[in-house]
Design a protein around this ligand. Sequence first.
Ligand code: URA
Length: 209
Amino acid sequence: MGKVYVFDHPLIQHKLTYIRDVKTGTKEFRELVDEVASLMAFEATRDLPLQDVEIETPVCKTTSKVIAGKKLGIVPILRAGIGMVDGFLKLMPAAKVGHVGLYRDPETLQPVEYYVKLPNDVEERDFIVVDPMLATGGSAVEAINSLKKRGAKNIKFMCLIASPEGVEIVKEAHPDVDIYIAALDEKLNDHGYIVPGLGDAGDRLFGTK
Ligand code: URA
C-alpha cells in the first residue's frame, strides 16, 4: 500500500497559512506556492539513490556523493499544477516536464483526458504528478492512469492540500503510489471545494475568476 506523507515542517506550514489567506493577492500566492513546492520537493526526494564520485577539494582528494543518475519527470495536472513546476525545477533542473489536461464530462461527471504530453522515455523515468488540490481524487486518479497507460512504473503524487476523501480514492485506485501532502484538511463541501482549503487554486494562481 502506498504511503501518505503529511509534511509538518514549520516553513511549509507557515507559508501555507498565507497561501490559504483570502487577503493574499495573486503575485504573493504564486510566489508562496512556488516556495512550498520547492520545500516539498526537498522532502520528497529523500529516497533518491546516491553514488560515490572522486573529486579534489582545494585541500585533498576525496570521495563524495552525487545523485545516481535517476531520471525524473514532473507532471502538472493542467492548469493549477503548473504553479508547482518551477519550485521543483529549482532543485531538480534536469527533470523533464510532462503535462496532463483533463476535463469533466458533463454527463458522467468523470474526468476525461484532453491533452497528454510526456517525455518519450516514460518507462525509464520516475514521475511526480503535481496538483495543488487533491479534492474528490478524480483528476489525480485519471492523471495517474494516463501515465500508467503510457508505461510509467514509478509514480508519486504531490499536492498542497488534500481532503480525506481524495486521499482514500487515490490510495484505493493506485495503492502503489505514495502521496505527499502539506496539509490534510477537514472535508469537501457540496461544491467540491476543500474546507477550509484555499479556494480555487487555478484562479488564485492565474488571477482569473
Ligand atoms: N480545486 C480547487 O482549486 N480547490 C478546491 O478546494 C477543490 C478543487
